[in-house]
Design a protein around this ligand. Structure first.
Ligand code: PGA
Length: 253
C-alpha cells in the first residue's frame, strides 16, 4: 500500500517548552503505526534535535524541517542548508509552502533547486502546491498546480521523484477553517496523479503519497483521508493541539 502520512506543520508557533509538552502529549497516546503509516513533525529549526530525540525510539515517527536554502552553502546569513539538516539526521523537509512562496518570494525555479538540494542530501522533500482563491474561482486550478509540479519537479529522474511526498494545499483553505470538500480534494489529487503518470508512468505515480492540507481537523480528517487519492494530511493549526493531532494520526488509512 502507498504510504499514508500525518504531517504536522507547527509553522512559527510554540515556545521550546510548549513544543516539548506537545510532543510528550502526542507520544503518550502510544499510537502504533503500521509499516505504511508515518507521522512527521515539521518543527522550527531550533527544535529539530529535541523533536528528533522525542521520536527516536518510535516506529515510523519522523521529524522534518520547514524549509532549507536552495544553495549548497555560502554567505547566506541566517539560512539553513539541506546538508546541515542531513548532518543532524533530519530526513524530511517541507519545500515550497504557500506562505514561503508568498512572503519569501519562492518561485517554482528556486523550488526546483531546493528539491535538488534535498535529494542530494538524502532528505525527502514534502513538496507543497496549491492554488489561490482567484484561480479556483476562475476554474483554472488544474493548470495552475500542474505547472507547479512541472516547473519544480519534472526535471527529476524517475527513480528520484518516486521518493517524493506531495502536499496539495489550496491557499483558500489554509488557516481559514474552509476545507476543500472530499469531492474537490479527490478530483484534484487524482488529477495531480494523472499529471505525474503522464510524465513518469502509472507505476511511479501510484507510489507517490499526495497529502491534503488546509484546515484539516480531527472532525474532518477521516472523511478526507478516505478519498482514494488522498494519502493523509499536512496539518497546521490542528497539529498544535495534542488531542486533535492524535485523532488525525488515527484517521490514516
Ligand atoms: P492549516 O494549515 O491546517 O492551519 O490550514 C495547513 C498548512 O499550511 O500546512
Amino acid at each position: 500500500m502507498r504510504k499514508q502520512i500525518a504531517a504536522a506543520n507547527w509553522k512559527m508557533n510554540c515556545t521550546f517548552q510548549e513544543g516539548e509538552k506537545l510532543m510528550d502529549n502526542i507520544l503518550e497516546a502510544n499510537i502504533s503505526l503500521s509499516d505504511h503509516q508515518l507521522a512527521i513533525f515539521a518543527v522550527p529549526f531550533p527544535y529539530l534535535l529535541m523533536t528528533r530525540s522525542a521520536v527516536e525510539l518510535e516506529k515510523n515517527y519522523f521529524v522534518a524541517a520547514q524549509n532549507c536554502h536552495h544553495q549548497k552553502s555560502g554567505a547566506y546569513t541566517g539560512e539553513i542548508s539541506a546538508g546541515m539538516l542531513h548532518s543532524m539526521n533530519i530526513n524530511y523537509c517541507v519545500v515550497g509552502h504557500s506562505e514561503r512562496r508568498e512572503y519569501n518570494a519562492e518561485t517554482n525555479t528556486m523550488l526546483a533547486e531546493k528539491v535538488n538540494q534535498c535529494f542530494e542530501n538524502f532528505i525527502i522533500p514534502i513538496f507543497c502546491c496549491g492554488e489561490p482563491l482567484n484561480i479556483r474561482e476562475a476554474g483554472t486550478q488544474n493548470d495552475y498546480v500542474a505547472a507547479q509540479l512541472k516547473e519544480s519537479l519534472f526535471h527529476l529522474p524517475a527513480d528520484t521523484i518516486k521518493n517524493i511526498i506531495i502536499a496539495y494545499e489550496p491557499i483558500w483553505a489554509i488557516g481559514t477553517g474552509k476545507t476543500a470538500s472530499t469531492a474537490q480534494a479527490q478530483e484534484i489529487h487524482q488529477y495531480l496523479r494523472s499529471v505525474i503518470a503522464g510524465q513518469y508512468g502509472e507505476e511511479i505515480a501510484n507510489e507517490i503519497p499526495i497529502l491534503y492540507g488546509g484546515s484539516v481537523k480531527a472532525n474532518n480528517a477521516k472523511e478526507l483521508f478516505s478519498c482514494a487519492d488522498v494519502d493523509g494530511g499536512l496539518v497546521g493549526g490542528a497539529s498544535l493541539i495534542a488531542a486533535e493531532f492524535i485523532e488525525i494520526i488515527k484517521a490514516l488509512k
